[in-house]
Design a protein around this ligand. Sequence first.
Ligand code: DHK
Length: 149
Amino acid sequence: MSKTIHVLNGPNLNLLGPRQPQIYGRATLADVEKLCRATAERHGLKIEFRQSNHEGEIVDWIQQARAENVAGLVINPAGYGHTSVAILDALAAMDAPIIEVHISNIHAREPFRRRSYVSQVARAVVCGFGIEGYSLAIAGLAAMIDAKD
Ligand code: DHK
């Protein structure tokens, strides 16, 4: 039976494409989803792909991923990565590996973006590769899941 991973996206990522393309590129969230689905399929993984602008909804989804015993979680927490203890706490309650993704290089931007709460509980962090970072995250997660078997 193939394993399932969840890919969660935080606030404003629904605006990918038109939003600050000089930072985030011109690809849309639909393009990101297509890329994630293709990468997951290549690695024999099933995928659930979601985006929300609401902190509580993201917390609910993380709890749901935990309850469903997903094989792993990829999360671009977007702005909430820098602020949300609630999302950190929800992630900390998970056993499955968590990979944090940022499209931009958060370390080359404003100082407040350099700290991510999510990094404390992420097994790996990918940033600065544009949307290709999602594909790298899923490939890395697939290797971690395989190594565990
Ligand atoms: C996306 C956002 O919306 C920002 O709030 C983060 C992240 C960076 C990204 O690069 O994907 O600071």
